[in-house]
Design a protein around this ligand. Structure first.
Ligand SMILES: CC(C)(COP(=O)(O)OP(=O)(O)OC[C@H]1O[C@@H](n2cnc3c(N)ncnc32)[C@H](O)[C@@H]1OP(=O)(O)O)[C@@H](O)C(=O)NCCC(=O)NCCS
Length: 191
C-alpha cells in the first residue's frame, strides 16, 4: 500500500468545478446569493483537502470573503482550489472564483477565498502530508498561508483582550463610546 503521508505536489492538489447559476440560487435582487457561493467554496475546500489528506477533512474556519461585484443568474461559476499551506493536522485551501457570462463571452475574477480544513481520523485531528512547493508563486503562497495563520492567532488574542476590557468599563463610559461611534458615521444632510 502507498504511504498515506507521502509528500504531494501543489499542482496535484488542484480541483476545478463549474456550476451553472440558476434562478433557485438568486436573492431578492435577482443576483446570486452570497451564501450559495460560500457553500460552493466549502464543497471545493472539502474535495481538495480530503483528496490531499487521504482522510475526511472538516472546515475549521473561513478567512474573510469579500464580494466585489455581483454574480448573475445564468453565469457559469468556476472554482479552482488547491492546497496553499499545511500545518500539522490542518491545511489551507485557496479557492479562486470566476464568473463567466456565456452570452457576452466575458469572464470576471470575483475573489479568492481561503479555508482552513482539519484532517480527521476516528474523529480526531490527524497529520497531513507535507506539501511540495515547486514554483516561486507556490513558495510565496505557502509563506503567505503561514503569515495568515500567525496573524489570525495574534489578532484573535488582541480582540479577546479588547473585548474583555470593554466588559470591565462602567456604563457611563460605554454610553459615551457608543455615542461617539454613532456620531462618526452619521449621514451628512444634503442641504
Ligand atoms: C476543527 C476541529 C476538528 C479542531 O479540533 P480541536 O480539538 O480544536 O483540534 P486541535 O486544537 O488539536 O487543532 C487541530 C488543528 O486545527 C487547527 N484549528 C483548530 N481550530 C481552528 C480554527 N478555528 N481555525 C483554524 N485552524 C484551527 C489548529 O491550529 C491545529 O492545526 P495544526 O495541527 O496544523 O497545528 C474541531 O473544532 C471541530 O470538529 N469543529 C467542527 C468542524 C465542523 O463541523 N465543520 C463544519 C461546520 S458546520
Amino acid at each position: 500500500m502507498s504511504d498515506p503521508l507521502a509528500p504531494v505536489r501543489v499542482a496535484d492538489t488542484r480541483v476545478e468545478t463549474i456550476h451553472v447559476m440558476t434562478p433557485n440560487d438568486a436573492n431578492f435582487l435577482g443576483k446570486v446569493f452570497g451564501g450559495h457561493i460560500l457553500s460552493l467554496i466549502d464543497l471545493v475546500a472539502y474535495a481538495v483537502s480530503s483528496k490531499f489528506a487521504g482522510v475526511l477533512c472538516v472546515t475549521a474556519s473561513f478567512d474573510r470573503v469579500d464580494f466585489h461585484s455581483p454574480i448573475e443568474v445564468g453565469n457559469l461559476v468556476k472554482m479552482v482550489g488547491h492546497v496553499s499551506y499545511v500545518g500539522r493536522t490542518s491545511l489551507e485551501v485557496s479557492v479562486d472564483i470566476s464568473a463567466e457570462d456565456v452570452i457576452a463571452k466575458t469572464v470576471h475574477q470575483t475573489n479568492t477565498a481561503r479555508v482552513t480544513m482539519v484532517a480527521l481520523r476516528d474523529g480526531k485531528p490527524t497529520p497531513v502530508p507535507r506539501l511540495i512547493c515547486e514554483t516561486r508563486d507556490e513558495h510565496i503562497q505557502f509563506l503567505e498561508g503561514q503569515l495568515r495563520r500567525e496573524f489570525r492567532g495574534r489578532a484573535q488574542g488582541d480582540l479577546q483582550r479588547m473585548m474583555e476590557r470593554l466588559r470591565s468599563l462602567p456604563d457611563s463610559e460605554l454610553h459615551s463610546m457608543v455615542r461617539t461611534e454613532l456620531e462618526s458615521h452619521r449621514p451628512r444632510s444634503s442641504s
